[in-house]
Write a protein that binds this ligand. Structure first.
Ligand code: HEC
Length: 192
């Protein structure tokens, strides 16, 4: 009995001391360039999956349309492209992040899926709204409106489908040339 007690006390004192010692002297990975801890990915992924499955909205409150894609592409250019890249133009620093920021216009090895086009829109919406802790993926719910978050979500969900030419220009990282105001007269000439 006494031995067990001594064992418990020693364990209670020594284990935290050993952990403290390792944290201070053992070179645990803190740099982006360091290798991941064993199970680091799983520790984050498993609870995140469970949480998203529980909370993701079942359906989008807006429909995919040319206007919504266009708005989504503008939002993507302003808020997301720096990390997630453009079609054919990956982000400069995404591979120098830990974890890496996935390139959302890159076609997967199956030759069909583009970025997160294989994920349920509700899942992508959840990630955009809530962010992903300890990864650099921001939470946009206080930055974008609900409609804006759905617009960019629907664009990404349909990244494997044909998109309107103006939207393709934006996701290719090219800004469509704006018609200068002076050249816009007579107004009729520039109307579609
Ligand atoms: C500062 C960099 C950064 C910005 C800006 C950013 N993200 Fe992310 N995002 C990340 C990182 C890093 C991950 C990877 C997280 C992980 O590994 O779990 C990620 C993950 C994601 C994922 C999940 C990808 C997958 O494969 O499951 C989606 C979807 C996403 N981001 C969408 C967006 C959208 C939409 C925007 C703009 C509104 C945006 N992100 C802005 C860094 C960023």
């Amino acid at each position: 009995m006494v031995r067990i007690l001594i064992g418990v006390v020693v364990g209670l004192v020594l284990a935290p001391l050993a952990v403290m010692g390792w944290l201070r002297m053992g070179h645990p990975p803190v740099a982006v360039a360091d290798a991941a801890l064993p199970f680091e990915q799983q520790i984050v992924r498993v609870p995140m999956r469970a949480r998203i499955d529980k909370e993701k909205p079942a359906a989008a409150p807006i429909q995919p349309s040319e206007d919504n894609y266009q708005a989504g592409a503008e939002i993507y250019k302003n808020e997301c492209a720096a990390c997630h890249g453009y079609h054919g133009k990956p982000s400069d620093f995404a591979t120098h992040m830990f974890p890496r920021a996935p390139q959302l216009w890159q076609t997967h090895r199956d030759g069909k899926t583009v970025g997160v086009s294989d994920d349920a829109p509700g899942e992508t919406y959840w990630k955009v709204a809530n962010g992903i802790r300890l990864t650099g993926m921001p939470a946009y719910k206080d930055i974008l409106t609900e409609t804006q978050m759905w617009q960019v979500t629907l664009l990404l969900a349909n990244a494997d489908k044909p998109l309107p030419p103006a939207v393709v220009e934006l996701v290719n990282g090219r800004t469509p040339v704006a018609v200068p105001v002076a050249a816009a007269a007579p107004a009729k000439a520039v109307k579609k």
